[in-house]
Design a protein around this ligand. Structure first.
Ligand code: NAG
Ligand code: NAG
Ligand code: NAG
Length: 530
């Protein structure tokens, strides 16, 4: 009887509940959402999770936080930190026209870097919060490599079992610090503008350059951050290179079936899709108003360019082209997520609805929605994939080009460069294809079916691997030795050099000998006969 009870208990209960600290400063919805889903997944599995959220960006403090995790520690910015904030006012209309390349890529991190440094200061100056956290005796710490303050915090609190969780599929500086190969000749770097894994020379050059630029930009930012936490924790405190490389595991937001094939180190665990809760989406109901809109015409298409670039700031000729395309497809209702009421450019066009908000996942799940137009944010890219919706993707910034081509490669989406919104013919073709060619629907449904049936679900992976680290970690020996090697050893340049010398020396000697012994004029012919 006792045996049966013991067995039952060990099946039902998780291993001894772990005390887990999730470090998630509020700065962008997609990041917070990802970390919050990790926290909730672990809470659901019976662990004792603390969600530590220093406020970095006031605007995002209430976005998509944790739902099940009750222990949330919020750290406000104090007044001296607030005083140091300088709002770098980016002209957001530029998003529509400027491409990020290896030449101007620095601008990606301009605003974020400032916030990251202030946040680091804010965290380490608050001794009370730090001591409060220390008293909770955490077993495992989870943080994102966008900044290193979380990893420094874990080390400071004595948390040895650290898991890095990146909300990107392949975040350059984290890969670099972990010793993971970048393979830029066929793996699109995260912020690269290349259109996939088959690259011509110019694209390989650009992909290489933007990878290394981003590693450099992030390294500089993280070095500055290290200076800040070292001013509190001592000049000998390890910097981000050591802290990152010491993580026992690395969760990446990648779905093996969807992503570009690449080699990874053993620490890398793909948990892509953790932010898409298909069961919950299936239970979402559309309101009567939405049902009315969707029933009006035989086909529907939903357009959302995300929150970074505003539809209202799109160049007017792009807007006019879109409206031209809508007019030519009268059997389709176009629902366009648009920020303002000023939509004169669409006057008299009956089959377009402008909405300020839309229940995106419920719409994508609805069979009456024929297609989607998205900006290639990883969140909506995964939603389209899980819900099997054909899409046109118009990447704007960040990782969106890579995300878009990831699905185009599986023939379920069409990727347009944003400047192609200015080309009526290309635009019309894309809309006619995605709405009319059944092939996209079939492929999208196949993709959805496949990824929903992955052998191990992302939630299960998260729980099992955290419990594994919690029980048996830390795994220092899983850090590749490559990180301690100079570059010429790591990439075998010393071996190539040795071989080059080995093979060319005898030939050289022979040539020299021949030229001495051979009669004048005959040496060339003789050496050719080898
Ligand atoms: C769980 O965390 C809370 C808050 O830190 C703490 O009060 C409680 O004792 C913890 N439970 C266990 C089992 O460690
Ligand atoms: C719209 O749908 C109707 C009925 O399904 C059809 O007769 C008509 O040809 C369609 N119009 C266009 C432009 O596709
Ligand atoms: C996508 O389409 C191309 C061209 O038709 C084809 O060669 C390729 O195998 C397709 N890929 C998938 C994953 O279906």
């Amino acid at each position: 009887m006792l045996f049966v009870l013991t067995v039952l208990f060990s099946i039902l209960a998780p291993c001894t509940p772990l005390n887990i600290l999730v470090y998630s400063p509020s700065f962008a919805a997609s990041h917070t959402n990802y970390m919050a889903r990790l926290a909730d997944t672990l809470t659901e599995a019976g662990h004792n999770v603390t969600f530590f959220m220093p406020i970095m960006d006031e605007k995002t403090r209430n976005q998509l936080g944790v739902k099940l995790t009750k222990d949330v520690v919020v750290l406000e910015k104090d007044s001296t930190i607030k005083q140091q904030e300088t709002s770098i006012n980016k002209n957001s209309a530029e998003f529509w026209t400027v491409d990020v390349t290896s030449k101007n890529g620095r601008m990606l991190f301009e605003t974020l870097a400032h916030g990251i440094l202030l946040n680091c200061e804010n965290v380490f100056k608050n001794k009370e919060v730090l001591e409060n956290l220390r008293s909770r005796n955490f077993d495992v710490g989870i943080a994102e490599p966008t900044m290193s303050s979380g990893f420094a915090l874990f080390r400071h609190l004595g948390i040895e079992k650290v898991v890095m969780a990146s909300s990107c599929p392949n975040y350059d500086v984290a890969m670099h610090a972990l010793g993971e190969p970048a393979e830029t000749s066929y793996v699109p770097a995260i912020f690269s503008g290349v259109s996939g894994d088959r690259m011509e020379f110019a694209d390989r050059l650009e992909n290489h350059d933007i990878y290394h630029l981003m590693v450099q930009v992030c390294s500089e930012m993280l070095d500055q951050e290290a200076r800040i936490f070292r001013s509190y924790l001592g000049s000998e405190f390890p910097d981000w290179r050591e802290l990152f490389s010491d993580a026992s595991l690395h969760f990446t937001n990648s779905i093996l079936y969807l992503d570009f094939p690449r080699p990874a180190i053993q620490k890398t665990i793909n948990i892509g899709g953790i932010s898409v809760d298909v069961e919950k989406i299936q239970s979402e109901k559309l309101s009567e108003d939405w049902n009315e809109i969707l029933d009006e015409r035989p086909k529907n298409m939903f357009l959302s360019f995300g929150s970074l670039a505003k539809s209202s700031e799109m160049p007017i000729e792009y807007k006019k082209n879109l409206v031209e395309v809508f007019k030519s497809l009268p059997n389709v209702t176009f629902i366009w997520k648009y920020e303002t009421d000023n939509v004169k450019f669409a006057e008299g066009v009956e089959n377009v609805r402008f909405v300020k908000w839309a229940p995106q996942t419920a719409l994508l799940h609805d069979p009456r929605l024929t297609a989607f137009l998205g900006h290639g944010g990883l969140g909506s890219t995964f939603e389209a994939a899980f819900l099997g919706k054909p899409a046109i993707m118009v990447p704007i910034f960040w990782d969106q080009t890579r995300n878009s081509h990831m699905l185009s490669r599986l023939n379920m989406t069409i990727t347009l460069h944003k400047s192609e919104l200015g080309n009526l013919k290309t635009l019309r073709n894309a809309f006619e294809e995605i709405l009319g060619n059944e092939k996209y629907k079939k492929n999208a449904e196949r993709v959805a079916e496949t990824i929903r049936n992955q052998p191990v679900q992302p939630k299960e992976k998260v729980v099992k691997y955290i419990e594994f680290v919690g029980r048996y970690g830390p795994f220092h020996h899983m850090t590749p030795y490559s990180l301690k090697m100079p570059w010429f050893q790591r990439y075998c340049y010393d071996v190539y050099l040795y071989k080059l010398i080995l093979y060319t020396l005898p030939v050289l000697f022979q040539t020299v000998k021949d030229s001495k012994t051979a009669p004048a004029g005959g040496s060339r012919i003789q050496s050719l006969s080898y």
